[in-house]
Design a protein around this ligand. Structure first.
Ligand code: SF4
Length: 182
């Protein structure tokens, strides 16, 4: 009995012929990274519920190889900040980010994480990019689970195409220094 095996991802760019496929190591690493991202949800309010919906069987983040949620920053690849971040919480968010190993990516999920949202007030951080670098912003209050998935797929695309030396580049060090992150 033969079972059809379907490809879950397209192969990286390269040269294919009869019985061979050649590509760059960078492409292969990018593909592996993009399909095994471990998410760390930093959920503080309503947007966290949308994140939970995204993990549910209906939306199923597991389709992207990312069902392995992790609550230790040291093993996490993608930090999803879902919800309002009070200024008092900002240093904790920064510590969590600092403890993540490279390569690491950040998604600001929803209006609050992206810009403070409707809470234009003294106690709320007006966007997490005031304290950590952000790769993808997901708009909405709250965003639908599909939108968070779209944001996640954008991070996959970044991971797939990121230059392997980017994290050692002076530009990247400069970016971290601008946030006072070592
Ligand atoms: S963006 Fe809207 S739904 Fe999300 S945490 Fe803020 S108030 Fe709640």
């Amino acid at each position: 009995m033969s079972k059809e095996v379907k490809m879950l991802d397209t192969p990286p760019p390269g040269h294919a012929g009869e019985g061979f496929f050649a590509t760059k190591l960078e492409n292969l690493i990018g593909m592996a990274r993009a399909n095994s991202l471990w998410p760390l949800p930093f959920a503080t309010s309503c947007c966290g519920i949308e994140f939970m919906a995204m993990m549910s069987p209906t939306y199923d983040l597991a389709r992207f190889g990312a069902e392995r949620m992790v609550f230790s920053p040291r093993q996490a690849d993608v930090l999803l900040v879902c919800g309002t971040i009070a200024k008092k919480l900002a240093p904790i968010l920064k510590t969590v980010y600092s403890q993540m190993a490279e390569p690491r990516w950040v998604i600001a999920v929803g209006a609050c994480a992206s810009s403070g949202g409707i809470f234009d007030t003294y106690s709320v951080l007006q966007g997490i990019d005031k304290v950590i670098p952000v790769d993808v912003y997901v708009p909405g209050c709250p965003p639908r689970p599909e939108q968070i998935l779209e944001g996640f797929m954008q991070v996959q695309e970044i991971a797939k195409t990121e230059n392997l030396r980017r994290r050692e580049s002076p530009e990247y060090s400069e970016l971290l220094e601008s946030y006072n992150i070592k």
